[in-house]
Design a protein around this ligand. Structure first.
Ligand SMILES: [Zn+2]
Ligand SMILES: [Zn+2]
Length: 287
């Protein structure tokens, strides 16, 4: 599989896919939505839904190459993690092989950004070596927001499910963690923006270079159908009303700025533009 790559000014963004799943009943993610309600939005077919209204979802990381830096955003589910969700439990994905095929050895990653600390955004930070969870990206600073870290420390929070113990604590113990503000300027055109609601300390990442701009969503938006239905809550949204307000605010900003929008869980063609349509939006993927 040739990795998908996009240019933003002088920077390059690469998608490294862990897994894409198609034909998912939408109620699994969006309890308030039926397949027939999704099927009305025929612009989603075939990249993001099938004609019956079943949806596609990806788990992927983005790698940003910025002036010699290599920044990995949201390192997916990982291998061998014990999770309650059957499709995330004790998996054996060829993710590091795909990362290497895309040109990135783990030791070459210098920064890991986490939009939030759900199990599907932090897994590859550690690998099981001799019965011990050890850092994968040994030369990287791993960035966390204080609120998200506090949320993740409570292992009983939904979507956390052992993540702190096997994927975060080993990074803290190794001295590879930095706590950063939710609006941190990361340099080289990279800037965090608070996008709370899905989780308390959720952030998204703006990327700017040579007059061009891109936005990596994280989970403030899970699927392009939420451009048309921004009130549609995802099952994991911690504060659904706050998540709705965040979706509207950032979709409006993405449309106003003409940003290249990279949907963290968008399948097949995850990069495109958000365009205004009535009092909501539509996602137009790049060809
Ligand atoms: Zn999430
Ligand atoms: Zn997610």
């Amino acid at each position: 599989m040739t990795p998908q790559r996009w240019k933003v000014g002088e920077l390059t963004i690469t998608s490294v896919v862990e897994e894409q799943t198609d034909h998912i009943p939408p109620q699994l993610l969006f309890p308030a939505a039926s397949a027939s309600e999704i099927a009305v939005h025929d612009w989603l077919v075939p990249d993001f839904a099938d004609a019956d209204g079943k949806i596609s979802m990806r788990v992927q990381a983005f790698v940003i190459e910025a002036r010699g830096r290599r920044v990995l955003v949201d390192p997916c589910v990982g291998n061998g993690k014990k999770r309650a969700m059957p499709f995330w439990n004790e998996r054996t994905f060829p993710f590091l092989e795909r990362l290497a095929d895309a040109g990135f050895e783990p030791g070459a990653i210098d920064t890991v950004v986490h939009t939030h600390l759900h199990a599907d955004h932090v897994g590859w930070d550690t690998r099981l070596v001799g019965g011990e969870w050890l850092p994968t990206f040994v030369n990287a600073r791993h960035l966390y927001t204080a609120r998200e870290l506090a949320y993740c420390r409570k292992e009983t929070n939904p979507g956390i499910d052992g993540v702190f113990a096997d994927s975060v604590a080993p990074i803290l113990d190794a001295g590879l963690a930095d706590i950063v503000p939710e609006d941190a300027n990361l340099g080289d055109g990279l800037r965090l923006e608070p996008s709370t609601g899905h989780t308390p300390g959720h952030v998204s990442l703006w990327i700017e270079s040579a007059g061009e701009v891109a936005l990596i969503s994280g989970d403030f938006l899970h699927h392009p159908v939420q451009c048309a239905l921004p009130s549609l809550a995802e099952i994991g949204d911690h504060d659904a009303d706050l998540a709705r307000a965040t979706r509207r605010r950032l979709l409006a900003r993405a449309a106003e700025t003409g940003a290249l929008f990279l949907g963290t869980h968008f399948g097949t063609r995850p990069a495109g533009r958000v365009v205004a349509r009535g009092d909501a939006w539509r996602f137009v993927p790049l060809a």
